[in-house]
Design a protein around this ligand. Sequence first.
Ligand code: 5AD
Ligand code: SF4
Length: 469
Amino acid sequence: MTSLPTAGKRKRVFIRTYGCQMNVYDSDRMADVLRPLGYALSESPEQADLVVLNTCHIREKASEKVYSELGRLRDVKLERRREGSDLTIAVAGCVAQAEGEEIARRQPAVDIVVGPQAYHHLPQLLAEAERRAAVRRAGKRLPGAGVLDTEFPAESKFDHLPAPAGVRAGSAFLSIQEGCDKFCTFCVVPYTRGAEYSRPVEAILREARALVAAGAIELTLLGQNVNAYHGEATDGSTWSLARLLRALAEIEGLARLRYTTSHPRDMSDDLIAAHGEIPQLMPYLHLPVQSGSDRILEAMNRGHGRDLFRRLVDRLRAMRPDLALSSDFIVGFPGESDGDFDDTMRLVDEVGFASAFSFKYSRRPGTPGATLADQIPEALKTARLAALQALLADQQRAFNSMKVGATVPVLFAEPGRKPGQMLGKSPWLQSVHVEGPTSLLGRIAEVELTGAYAVSLSGRLVSPLEVAA
Ligand code: 5AD
Ligand code: SF4
């Protein structure tokens, strides 16, 4: 057992977050773990004593970025050592989980490698890293590389992480579910984030109440498969996501609820009904479909065809006619023919998306897709992605234009880029710019939408409407 680093001494940590909103949430929790050890947040690696890279492994490009950033950090560290001080470098997140030992081999300047399930061990890991640094300073040789913790501990990290400390401008993330048991053949998540796990109901309700008390008026529930949520309640019953949403909607002062990211297979009748019944549940749903071809969906092991997706969309829109849909698409999965790709384009045409993310298939070692024959040439993937993105961009522009003239509630989360400008989100998650005071931060105000652009809207403040208590 190592002693913990001294609390109270003022130190600075810089956390860089890559990838999805789960990582954004995790980075905040890591800051919460480090705060009692005396770490305040720093704006740049140059001013920090500790740098944490919270990494993403979902596509090759995301992983490679980490190694180039580590190269830059090594130079900062060497410079520090020349000056007689040091920089501690930690790699967290999914690259840490998947490539732990390789990171230490490729970049020996890394002190700590910590997987997403082990963040509550950070104090011990830092203590061990400090001990190793002291040994090195004494001129002795160290066995092995840095400190590595990529186990899936038996205890849940959620039971050991401190409560969230603050809320940024009225909107907060709340992680309710992690991991995935679906094993889509392209995806590393089941390997990096582990098996599906739902947090107990009471812990979520407690965290939600604390976030609202700290100023949140919008909560976004997070999970890799958030709509597969099945958490245990204190009476031993199991709650679905729909039931949890209904309970959260009872919290006084909570104006908006969202959840992400979902799987079509887990869109239960109850959850679809919830979209029509819970006024706080925003009319926006991110529902990844990946492909419009039955053959490719099968090869991806998605467990549903294009018809099921079409039917889900129809039923959701029947419940909530103003629902905006967003999705994820992958082009160039192994074996994807021109006909398969046309099926995807047709599905997009038929459904109509308010926004979407689309990617070229990236071959991930260890996934079944990586070993499939008939990998698609890069140039063909590029051409298909360009065609799909052009169609999706048209749809997004059309959706934004359709809202011009409407007066809608906007939640202001950050200052705009120009002085005097504020940036907020519409119910459909569109970015909206207005001229307005910074006192709008963390509040909802009525805005008349006046102009539509590719990925945002401009508007005019009608009358500030305070929703928060
Ligand atoms: N290649 C390309 N895109 C991928 N995604 C997941 N794995 C891969 C991969 N190997 C995309 C999916 C998923 C989103 C988070 O990332 O569209 O929904
Ligand atoms: Fe990955 Fe599929 Fe699980 Fe989503 S459902 S995290 S794409 S394996």
